[in-house]
Design a binder for this molecule. Structure first.
Ligand SMILES: Cc1cc2nc3c(=O)[nH]c(=O)nc-3n(C[C@H](O)[C@H](O)[C@H](O)COP(=O)(O)O)c2cc1C
Length: 171
């Protein structure tokens, strides 16, 4: 898929097909996309927990406050980052977007969540103290066809200024 088309058509999906498994090859591509993503100062402080077992997907859902839907995902990834690195949040955002786009290139949809019951999550997934569970992503083939749904986004003329903040027209 063309990179722009991939960005333009990707939606955050929370309902996944229980009929279709994501292949190990696609999972590897998603993880490889994570590995290849750049971090601030190339620190590569992040670590990823791949969750494929249904019981652990259920645990992840129970440990969440805003991502109960992940129980229906085919697999999930917990993105751990080290907050001692200044750009850790930017790093997390970039790696998640890369993984989501890599998956969507193969028709695999995904959604993310950030709300967790932290102590429970740490204990269930053996997360060390120095790493934060920053973003959780669930992946799977979408339960419904998602083509046609338009993104709810502001138009460019509300977002972009020219040369200086406030200039809505090109000088
Ligand atoms: C930083 C961030 C945090 C998010 N947290 C959650 C979350 O906790 N739970 C959830 O279901 N979706 C979460 N989302 C998904 C957003 O709701 C979604 O990206 C937005 O509604 C746009 O969706 P769309 O691309 O399908 O239009 C989060 C997205 C971002 C970028």
């Amino acid at each position: 898929m063309d990179a722009f088309e991939c960005i333009a058509t990707k939606l955050d999906v929370r309902e996944f097909s229980s009929q279709q498994e994501v292949s190990p090859e696609i999972k590897s591509k998603v993880l490889e996309a994570a590995r290849l993503t750049g971090t601030g100062l190339n620190t590569q402080h992040w670590r990823f927990i791949l969750i494929e077992d249904e019981r652990n997907l259920m645990k992840l859902a129970e440990d969440s406050t805003t991502g109960g839907w992940v129980s229906g995902a085919n697999f999930a990834i917990i993105v751990l980052t080290n907050p001692k690195h200044r750009f850790y949040m930017i790093d997390a955002g970039r790696v998640v977007q890369d993984m989501q786009l890599a998956a969507w290139n193969y028709g695999v949809a995904s959604g993310l969540f950030t709300g967790v019951k932290e102590q429970r999550l740490r204990s269930d997934f053996n997360i060390p103290k120095d790493l934060n569970p920053t973003i959780m992503v669930g992946f799977g083939y979408p339960a419904k066809k998602i083509t046609g749904k338009r993104k709810n986004r502001l138009p460019l003329d509300k977002l972009v200024y020219h040369e200086k903040y406030g200039n809505s027209k090109r000088p």
